[in-house]
Ligand binder design. Sequence first.
Ligand code: SF4
Ligand code: SF4
Length: 467
Amino acid sequence: MGKFHHTVSRRDFMKGLGLSAAGLGAATVANPGFHDLDEVTASAGGELKRAWWVKENDFGNPATLEIDWSLVKRPDRSKISTFPYRNSTHPTAVYNKEHFAELQKSVIQHAAPDWEADSIQDLAMSGATLALRFYNYYTPAGKTMFMGYQNSPTPADRNMARWEGSPEENIRLLRHASRFFGASSLSVTLLDEDTKKLIFEKESNGKAYVFRDVADVEETATEYIIPNRFKYMITWTHLQATELTLREPSTLGQSASNMAYSRLPFISVQMQEFIRGLGYHGINAWSGEMASSNPFGVLSGAGEHGRFGFAVITPELGSMVRGMCRMLTDLPLEPTKPIDAGISRFCLTCATCAKFCAFGALSLEDPSWESLKEADTGVPYSPDGFKGWRLNTVKCANCTACQAFCPFNSSGRSSFIHEFVAGTSSITPIFNGFFANMEEAMHYGNKDPRTWWENEEYLYGINPKFI
Ligand code: SF4
Ligand code: SF4
């Protein structure tokens, strides 16, 4: 990330904010880290891999999310349905299913008041992108994600020594490979007695995840056996097609999510085979298996916990991350640091996603230690042990609208105004209400689905400013 430059004068910018110099002065008194605009814009960022306003905390201390590890229990995945809404008889779920089309339309009409229905080309695109969604490369090969595809020769097969690098060298190697395969960013969490609690007790098929002092990974009829030396949880992000994401929740816009889910297993197999080729093993979990993605995304600094609850918001990709993968490995890796980019604080005053969730699945309340009650969700599980937001999965119709309205989507790696938004909210929340209202009033993020067909489309649908 280069240095932050802008061409708007301080006076013009403050006029745009509706603030006087005195207003800005008050902000600086309350926030000693932020003295004036010149200081903000002149802050060094050259040596940092991330923008200057993304602060790093020590591993194990995600300062933007309070965690009480004594309350965290290993979840039993066999008792959790990822999409309980689909089969639920809970009255809210039934209502949402019966009224899906009209609720979806009411949101689309925010940016396109005369929009009435999906066109045939919209539906054709949706059908095409659904064709390979969650395609499982392991099944036709008779393999499992736990043991791996096992197609790539190992160092022993090549009569060569395995790769031996320092943890820092190893993460650089993986980052390089993962970018080539199509992942946006890669981060690492160290598995200790606390973070181990995030691994499911049992998988959806009823098999138990067990850690033992054994030499090799093994899968039996009842267990996934993990050697204790597997301490490094890799996470990587998939960026959705950016212009289509801004056209969610239309069926056309949802093609962005479909495409990401199609690429996800493809990248996973290659990551796993790359690690095998180095002489190590990656236990893969790409679609909800082994552990939830959000805690590892926060702990490793991929992003911050936000009002969405179920997906991290990243400083670079906003809410356009889909299906963040996990892979547990014995390749020694340096854990990456949790971040504070002001995102969670921005969510406190923003709540735009919750306002545009026509299905009532997102909370308008402040973060809470309270998990959701079964009477409200119809499901016997809601995560405990953190002060944050939780998605009501029985109400969530997976319409994807919440992604389309998040102000952090418009940032990319270059835009002045959003870098400034993110920069100021990482230091002071004083402008958050203003920026959230700007998103709602001008809906410069969410767009009319019909306009997508008029644009020259980017390769893989991704605006280069996010690459
Ligand atoms: S939480 Fe998001 S995906 Fe779920 S119903 Fe609400 S807007 Fe749609
Ligand atoms: S829309 Fe606003 S409240 Fe929702 S995740 Fe984005 S920043 Fe947070």
